[in-house]
Design a binder for this molecule. Sequence first.
Ligand SMILES: Nc1ncnc2c1ncn2[C@@H]1O[C@H](COP(=O)(O)OP(=O)(O)OP(=O)(O)O)[C@@H](O)[C@H]1O
Length: 580
Amino acid sequence: MVGRKYMLPASLLISALSSLLGILPLIFIWLIIREFLSPATVTSQALIGTYAWWAAGTAIAGIGIYFLALTISHLAAFRVEVEMRRQAMKKIVSFPLGFFDNNTCGRIRKIIDDNASTTHSFLAHQMPDLAASIVVPVVSLVLIFIFDWRLGLACLVPLVISFGIMSFAMGTKGKYFLKTYMDSLEEMNTEAVEYVRGIPVVKVFQQTVYSFKSFQKSIIRYKEMVFNYTISWETPMTAYTVGIHSFAYILVPVAILMIGNSANYAGIVVDLLFYILITPVFANSIMKSMYIRQAMGQAEEAINRIDELTDVKPLPVSSDPKPIHGNEIRFEDVSFTYPGTSRKAVDDISFTVPKGKTFALVGPSGSGKTTIARLVPRFWDTDEGKVFIGGSNVREIDPEELMQNVSFVFQNTSLFRASLYDNICYGNPGATPEEVESALEKAQCREIIDRLPKGLDTKIGAEGTYLSGGEQQRIALARAILKDAPIVVMDEATAFTDPENEHLILEALGKLTEGKTVLMIAHRLTSVVDVDTILVIENGKIAEQGSHQELLDKDGLYAKMWNEYQRSVQWTIGKEALHA
Ligand SMILES: Nc1ncnc2c1ncn2[C@@H]1O[C@H](COP(=O)(O)OP(=O)(O)OP(=O)(O)O)[C@@H](O)[C@H]1O
């Protein structure tokens, strides 16, 4: 088989040969007609038979060779597509974790899937035609002028006018359309994925599909865009179609004029027949090359889109990694602004969580708590200042060591479509069955496992095995407990669970954080009463810090939040009593 890098050029060459072979039958047919019409000679049956065999032979050979070109181009296209996907995934894995905040999995998958298949489709189907779209017009044009330049000019006039109109229309609309078309297609596809993901929520809350306004709007936008574009082609397409099929209206009168002025009328009629055969071939090949130009633009845009998505710099990795000594977390004059925004999400923050202590981040929504927590595992790198773990700047720690030393527990934990055992061992692939058992016990997962017929071998997401949000969180906590990292960064995971699960999750969290250095985002102030230090965050800055009692005594922002929290708890209890 042809070597990998020669596949596409080989396919182009073979396809060029096939298109040359495709013109030959026309010439043989014309030779047959000439033999019939020639008054000077006696019609030779044998010669006609030979021409007919050549016509059939070259036509069949042309088709056969074209299939060979297509086979090679398909093989090459599959390889290119696989490589594109592989490269994109390889790049994405190295991106900062924060990248996945702004790019949903649905969007990433759709962009890679759609654009890799568009590129595949171009290479497999249009690439071989690219050769034909160059060879056929050039050869036809040469033949058109060799036979009789006057008839050649006559057949070209309507074609040149038609293609002029088409090129102008394509040039003005094409580029703009391609971008907007692909934008709205991408938007609609992404919305479709999010829509399917949200169906359970829609059903649970008994909403209609119209609650997915943005999906509906994206479909309407797409429909209107394509509709308007199609309508805008009405006039140029009509002019083009009329023009391209009207070459005979000029060709025949010119031939009649020539016959009037010449003694060799039979020769002119034979030439005229040749032009009637070759002109549609020439017109089709030019049209094909226009479509290919469009497909090429589409493939180019597809590659650009994957490049745009993956044009993110991976976080730099130090060539001289520093070790982690001790387990304290230290922020030193840290500021951070999200890319594309102007306001600092974290503004000149400094604090130290000593080894084995628990610090809580509290504050109004949007104050910067999540951003602070996520700077520890390098979701992003700070713009100013430094984050240290165990005395070393996180930028200088080997990423693998950083991950080994820090456990992250987020609100929306995700489990893989794998067995429960694999899901738990993900935190520590070398764990012994006893260690897994102990982690399950500590994370209060025993009753979940006992309830499932296949126990730990149960595959999540398969055969209708789904776990509730609270159960998923407990499994994720077992994973973190098994990992046994000395530093835990967590987003209080109990905010949206029922009381029964909340109690179990709090037990599991207690086990996970025992003797660890903990930085937690707290949503319910009752969780922070016993922590070592509370950092009250406001507008990206530390507004206050101290223990629960110290902050109450200060009578500042925390005291105000605490009083409001107490009032809301009493109000909820009062409401429940009223309904009891
Ligand atoms: N991925 C992001 N891109 C751009 N801006 C962001 C991003 N994530 C958060 N922000 C902005 O940064 C600021 C701090 O957000 P952050 O999520 O850290 O606050 P928070 O205190 O954790 O809020 P909450 O309690 O509601 O989770 C907010 O103004 C928010 O809009």
